[in-house]
Ligand binder design. Structure first.
Ligand code: ADP
Length: 297
């Protein structure tokens, strides 16, 4: 079983922002969701694992490789889909993928053609392989990004904020593609979208402010919260009062009405109804607990 082990990783940028604060995570084989709000430190962590930037302290190991030191060894087994995937608009998908394959060390042209063809088919881009990447939709570009990340059979795949900007149909296709990647590799999916994690990931962590707030299995985290989340429709002006009296974990507009979710061991009062807990409740209650602790400290 492959496992990525991160211990005590810290990073402070030159401007004083502490993007990673003593991060320790054990990431098993399969799909792992790294969930956190914008600015949480996800990209910093992803880029550090992908050997694109240095940490100040800590260590990362994977399959016997010291990730922070043996960068060339990491790059051989790594597939990386960055947040911003810059493409050359006039180059065809096939030509660019061929080019990336050469960079990955796939030098034999017959073998390369076969691998590139198979990846284009797998990502459903074979019919459009001669088209310039500039003509691709966001979803097609993301699928191309996955094709390039899968070159060379990586054992560690990092996907940074993949579904931002995809329409719902494209998102589903992208999810299906990701979930087919195979069970024998480590896939880290960094995202601020809770559904990406609840749909795809068997393990997860929540990070915020550079710190790990929670790690474990989504289903177990949901189970632990079951029976403790309550919902109520409130009037527009009532939010502040409810926030003072209850542990409000989220506020949502549903069909023009404000719906709040509240954390409570027991039913706060008969005006609240029980909800079937979701990962969104886990996420928002985790973020809220930390905010409340920080306020108290
Ligand atoms: P996320 O991917 O979760 O949105 P990032 O890792 O991009 O988070 O950023 C974490 C924090 O570090 C943010 O406060 C961000 O503004 C800051 N940051 C990111 N990159 C740099 C950089 N190159 N220089 C200075 N600050 C940065």
């Amino acid at each position: 079983m492959l496992e990525l082990k991160i211990s005590g990783l810290s990073k402070t940028y030159a401007n004083g922002v502490r993007a990673l604060d003593d991060v320790s995570l054990t990431i098993p084989t399969g799909m792992f969701g790294l969930l956190g709000p914008n600015g949480a430190g996800k990209s910093t962590l992803m880029r550090t694992i992908a050997t694109l930037q240095e940490a100040d302290a800590g260590s990362i190991s994977f399959a016997g490789i010291d990730v922070l030191k043996q960068k060339d060894d990491v790059r051989k087994i790594l597939g990386y889909l960055p947040q911003e995937f810059g493409v050359y608009p006039r180059i065809s998908a096939e030509t660019l993928l061929e080019h990336f394959a050469v960079l990955k060390g796939i030098y034999k042209s017959k073998e390369r053609r076969e691998i590139v063809g198979a990846l284009l088919r797998r990502t459903n881009l074979h019919d459009v392989r001669k088209q310039g990447l500039g003509t691709f939709s966001g979803g097609m570009r993301q699928r191309f990004g996955i094709a390039q990340a899968l070159l060379g059979n990586p054992k560690l795949i990092i996907v940074d904020e993949p579904t931002a900007g995809l329409d719902p149909g494209e998102r589903v296709r992208f999810h299906n593609l990701l979930s087919e990647i195979g069970e024998n590799v480590v896939v880290i999916l960094s995202t601020h979208i809770v559904e990406d994690v609840s749909d795809l990931c068997s393990n997860m962590a929540i990070i915020s402010g550079g710190r790990v707030l929670m790690q474990g299995e989504p289903l177990e985290a949901i189970r632990n919260l079951e029976g403790k989340v309550w919902r109520r429709v409130i009037a527009k002006g009532e939010l502040e009062t409810f926030q003072q009296e209850h542990a409000v974990i989220s506020t949502k507009l549903v069909a023009g009405r404000t719906v709040i979710h509240v954390f409570s061991e027991t039913q706060p009062d008969p005006s609240f109804e029980a909800v079937s807990t979701s990962l969104e409740d886990v996420y928002f209650s985790t973020l809220r607990n930390v905010a409340a602790e920080e306020k108290a400290a």
